[in-house]
Design a protein around this ligand. Sequence first.
Ligand SMILES: [Fe+2]
Length: 247
Amino acid sequence: MLRIAHITDTHISKEKQPLDGINTREQFLRILKEIKTREVDLIIHTGDVSFPEGSRTVYAWVKNILEETEIPYLLTPGNHDDPFMMQEVFNVQNLPAKVITTGAVAMKGQSLMFLDSSSERLTMKQLLWLKREIEIEEDQLFLFQHHPPCTCGVKVMDEKYPYKTPELFQKNLKETERSLILFCGHYHIEKELTLSTPDLKVFITPPTFGSIDPDSEDYHIKDQRPGWREIRIESQQLVNTSCHYLQ
Ligand SMILES: [Fe+2]
């Protein structure tokens, strides 16, 4: 059994400024403290580590905090991140990469795919990699990326901050005739979506600093509780997944 703690959208600023009145550093520390009390094999961060833009100072601070948990961890960048800067800080030469932009990682016999959606789109290079990887992999497919590759019925995010290539992603997945389970963040809410064509299940994980009102026309934090998602995978099948919140 592979037990993953999925976190996303830590939105930590270099200047230690509160975001929407919330201390994002403190919320991140609280979440990691909670995760440390659980049986977790791997922490996955799906991006927007830093906010409003990539920062070496922020990445170095986050790296230090993640290392202190002594739990293996992986990251993939979000639209507020700088993928190159992230790799420079987190990826140490001759050691397995911590920041995965486009690639698959095996952990406890389970295969996990990662795509960097910091450009808000699926690039041709990524598309070719994804199709090849799907062909090779015979079992259930798991993908981690920052953006949901579809509209999600959250007006403010669907209209203002959407993934720019949903058709390309979905068309190509449909052509493979495979089903895909995707874990993401970016929408600042907890949500599950099931598409039948293509066969796609999307699990959106809430940020570590608070969730927005999904029915609002404007972006504002409605729920200040930090959240994270627990994912259990065994024999390359999803056993269960659920979100947890701190008070
Ligand atoms: Fe984002």
